[in-house]
Design a protein. Structure first.
Length: 489
């Protein structure tokens, strides 16, 4: 039995974006699926604007550092403190600004693909200038050609510093960058040898960046000798190695498999992955074409793939905000939620990024996920304290008086935050104005949940306020969003 047109279109909007926004109840069932796919790609065509939230004083320091180093001068304590404090503020602002793009931008597909690549090219740095540049590289190339994206990421100040390639010199090669490029960014473990890594590391010698994040090739530090990588020999440099990696069909297989697990299903169907990977490779790694192949395939809408993915914390938060129009006055509470739920933008757990899938859910994160809609509705207080993380705790963990500071920090950041959201309920209840009273619950349930086993009327009726039509719609929506089923898309 096929799925309804409405469920089909909602499936597409959850996977190719951050869920449906406020659409009248009768619209999604009527929309043509092919038209909707076309519209999603069309809306994401133009180059996104650069997100710049960095403090001008910090940017000025980074821009002038090269000159300072030439004059053998060091940053003074005041400048170091300014960079530390303002960079952390900047990364929080970058988080909120990008999250708002996910919620409000018409470029749903571009932002969703960017979130995928943000995890694929996982990078931790508290340098706001480098972090902004890397996000821009990812958002600009998210739907372009993978080799271009790979090259720009590999030459970004953020990634070169994070993976220690600034320390990669001839006679003293540092293998970290070469290893991650092969293991995590292109081929996947087991498809190259230790010798391939050693030789590739020699090719990447001399690649670095200046403090402003611009790529530098330090010719004097480059090993010009012959190298042998994946069976090919030559006087390779870093660009040559990236070409060798993308010319290898295994890279297309690895990237396709990862994209399939993210956009389709954690459990791959081998024949589908192989078909997609072959086409991806032949297209010169055209990411938009690969996604179009996925969303246009009949099997993408198979029952096994609908409601089969656990929403990541960022998708959950953005999805709720898209479904119910709201203004959040204390936007930083969303960062606390991200931390508590295990996915804080710009702070991946390690070089491999967030594992996703079932790892998103444990007993405490599930309880919090189920509470979020209620907290928005009742302006409830968030009293949980996120786990300590020195980057995010602003370097307070190793100070003598850190206990007091951490306590104050927790109170400020998550010790007692209310989700101060003003929901535009009028706009939301209006979506269901043409639905008869007896069909109201199934209509709301169909719009909110992506699972076919809809929550039964009897179960919900105990918790729903039926004193007026408006209250019924509001409370039924909140209750449905507070179910385990809502965690799936």
């Amino acid at each position: 039995m096929g799925i309804s047109n409405q469920l089909k279109n909602q499936h597409l909007l959850w996977r190719a974006g951050f869920g449906p926004d406020t659409l009248p109840a009768e619209e999604l069932p009527a929309d043509s699926n092919k038209k909707l796919i076309k519209a999603l790609f069309k809306a994401s065509e133009k180059t996104p604007a650069y997100i710049d939230v960095a403090d001008p004083a910090v940017k000025e320091i980074y821009m002038g550092m090269d000159e300072m180093y030439r004059q053998k001068r060091q940053l003074n304590e005041e400048q170091r403190k300014l960079i530390r404090d303002k960079s952390r503020d900047g990364i929080r602002a970058l988080n909120i600004t990008w999250l708002n793009q996910m919620v409000h931008s018409e470029q749903q597909l571009r932002e969703k693909a960017s979130l995928f690549w943000h995890g694929h090219f996982a990078c931790r740095t508290v340098n706001i200038v480098h972090q902004q540049q890397l996000l821009d590289v990812i958002r600009r190339n998210a739907l372009g050609k993978f080799p271009d994206l790979l090259r720009e990421v590999s030459k970004s100040g953020a990634m070169l510093n994070f993976l220690n390639n600034n320390q990669n010199r001839k006679d003293r090669p540092n293998e970290n960058f070469a290893r991650e490029v092969m293991e995590l960014f292109t081929m996947g473990r087991g498809n190259y040898t230790e010798d391939d890594i050693k030789e590739a590391a020699r090719a990447f010698t001399g690649w670095g960046s200046n403090p402003a994040g611009e790529f530098l090739f330090r010719k004097g530090q480059h090993d010009t000798g012959r190298k042998k990588v994946l069976g090919k020999s030559g006087n390779f440099d870093g660009d040559d190695v990236l070409n060798i990696l993308t010319e290898h069909p295994q890279t297309a297989q690895y990237i396709t498999r990862k994209i399939y697990r993210y956009f389709v299903n954690e459990t791959e169907q081998e024949d589908q992955v192989k078909w997609l990977a072959d086409r991806f490779y032949k297209s010169g790694y055209d990411i938009a074409a690969l996604l179009n192949d996925i969303f246009s395939s009949d099997w993408f809408y198979d029952q096994r793939n609908v409601g089969a993915i656990i929403k990541s914390p960022v998708l959950l938060i953005a999805g709720i905000r898209r479904a119910i129009p709201m203004q959040i006055s204390n936007e930083e509470v969303q960062i606390t939620l991200q931390r508590l739920l295990g996915q804080q933008l710009f702070y991946p757990p390690n070089v491999a990024g967030w594992p996703g899938g079932k790892s998103w859910i444990d007993s405490s994160s599930l309880m919090l996920r189920l509470r979020i809609p209620q907290m928005i509705y009742a302006e409830d207080t968030l009293t949980l304290k996120p786990k300590d993380d020195d980057d995010q705790m602003m370097g307070m963990k190793d100070k003598d008086d850190s206990k007091q500071k951490i306590k104050a920090f927790a109170q400020k950041r998550g010790g007692g935050q209310v989700i101060a959201a003003t929901v535009n309920w009028d706009a939301y209840t209006k979506l269901f104005e043409k639905v008869s009273r007896e069909n109201l619950l199934s209509s709301i349930s169909g719009a909110v949940l992506q699972t076919s086993n809809s929550v039964t009327v009897n179960t919900l009726d105990k918790y729903v306020d039926a004193s007026s039509r408006e209250n019924y719609i509001k409370t039924a929506t909140i209750q449905l969003m507070s179910t385990p089923e809502y965690q799936l898309c």
